[in-house]
Design a protein around this ligand. Structure first.
Ligand SMILES: Nc1ncnc2c1ncn2[C@@H]1O[C@H](COP(=O)(O)OP(=O)(O)O)[C@@H](O)[C@H]1O
Ligand SMILES: [Mg+2]
Length: 328
């Protein structure tokens, strides 16, 4: 028997922003796949194309951005070939997105209840009453107190953590098969973050949904992800199962990200920031984009085009001429 196709398959995806004569290749040839029930974390510094990748999967890249090439298959259907109406039906029902800035994702002039109901009724033919019940259930599932009262509030009456929980409730009200969460905890303070993370974990366990978790926070990844894809300058430079990538990073960029990670047990030790900054995506040279910041560069790195992802002794795949080496 052949195994079922992955729920999500991204193939050779390129997204370019064209503005004032500049072409920034925010996604430069990304392949990834995700199965039901699995959580894949896409990690990397700010400006590496993570959000653009998430938007492209949902068909939400807008001008000046454009998908120049590649395919996005969801349950075997090519999302890029769907009509805008069909795509809208899939978004929110089968695939939903939790954005970084919850407050910006909520409509300020509509009550919380109206917004959850609207989503439900846009995708299911239910009465207002039934939609209301579903909305209440979704909010209760998020551990939100007094959901019936919450439904009558407006976004400005919610704290940041509360607004993010409402966003999660909206995103999960219809039990989607794929959730794309873009920096779901970045704007929240640490204690609220922990609560949201617990809910995402719960959600993942309970629903069997697949999750594409976009984040620069490796602490979040360690708690939620099955697999990790490390993104740099629009490309995936390393991918593998989370435990392997964390314990034996193969790409020097992954190793640097891990070394720069704030650690609870590190006390007052200053952070080892990665020197330099991610490159300008409008002036990539074709060589490995990490070269200017890499401490392990060899001759090939200065002569040959950026290598493809290839299997490493650790079990991960990395795009590197001189990957990290582990004895034994
Ligand atoms: N709306 C936009 N207009 C022009 N360029 C953009 C836009 N959004 C993103 N970009 C370009 O794409 C790059 C990657 O952005 P983004 O996908 O938001 O990365 P990340 O989520 O990893 O921080 C940016 O550094 C910028 O060069
Ligand atoms: Mg982003």
């Amino acid at each position: 028997m052949t195994p079922p196709p992955p729920l999500l398959q991204v193939e050779g995806l390129h997204v370019v922003y064209r503005e004032r004569g500049r072409a920034s290749r925010a996604v430069g040839g990304v392949d990834l796949s995700l199965s039901a029930g699995e959580t894949l974390a896409v990690v990397g510094e700010s400006g590496c194309g993570k959000t653009t990748l998430g938007l492209a999967i949902l068909g939400l890249v807008s001008r000046p951005g454009n998908i120049d090439a590649g395919g996005v298959l969801f349950a075997g259907r090519d999302l890029r070939a769907l009509s805008p109406d069909d795509l809208r039906r899939i978004r929110g029902r089968d695939i939903s997105m939790i954005f970084q800035d919850a407050a910006a994702g909520l409509n300020p002039v509509l009550s919380v209840g109206t917004q959850v109901e609207e989503i439900v009724r846009a995708h299911r033919s239910v009465s207002k009453r039934e939609a209301r019940d579903l909305a209440e259930t979704a909010l209760r599932r998020q551990g939100l107190p007094a959901p019936e009262r919450l439904l009558s509030l407006y976004p400005f009456q919610l704290s940041g953590g509360m607004a993010q929980r409402v966003m999660i409730a909206i995103a999960t009200a219809l039990q989607p098969r794929l959730i794309i969460a873009d920096e779901p905890t970045s704007h929240l303070d640490v204690t609220v973050q922990a609560g949201i993370l617990r809910e995402l974990q719960e959600l993942k366990r309970g629903s069997g949904a697949a999750m594409l978790l976009i984040t620069h926070d490796l602490g979040v990844v360690a708690r939620l992800a099955d697999r990790v894809a490390v993104m740099y300058a629009g490309r995936i430079v390393e991918s593998g199962d989370a435990t392997t990538v964390f314990s034996r990073p193969s790409h020097p960029y992954t190793a640097a990200l891990l070394a720069a990670r704030p650690r609870i047990d590190a006390g007052d030790v200053p952070l080892a920031a990665i020197r330099g900054a991610p490159p300008d995506l409008a002036s990539l040279t074709g060589l490995c984009a990490f070269l200017p910041r890499c401490s392990k560069a060899v001759t090939a790195c200065r002569a040959d085009p950026w290598p493809q992802l290839a299997g490493q002794p650790s079990g991960s795949a990395a795009a590197c001429f001189n990957p990290m080496y582990y004895a034994g």
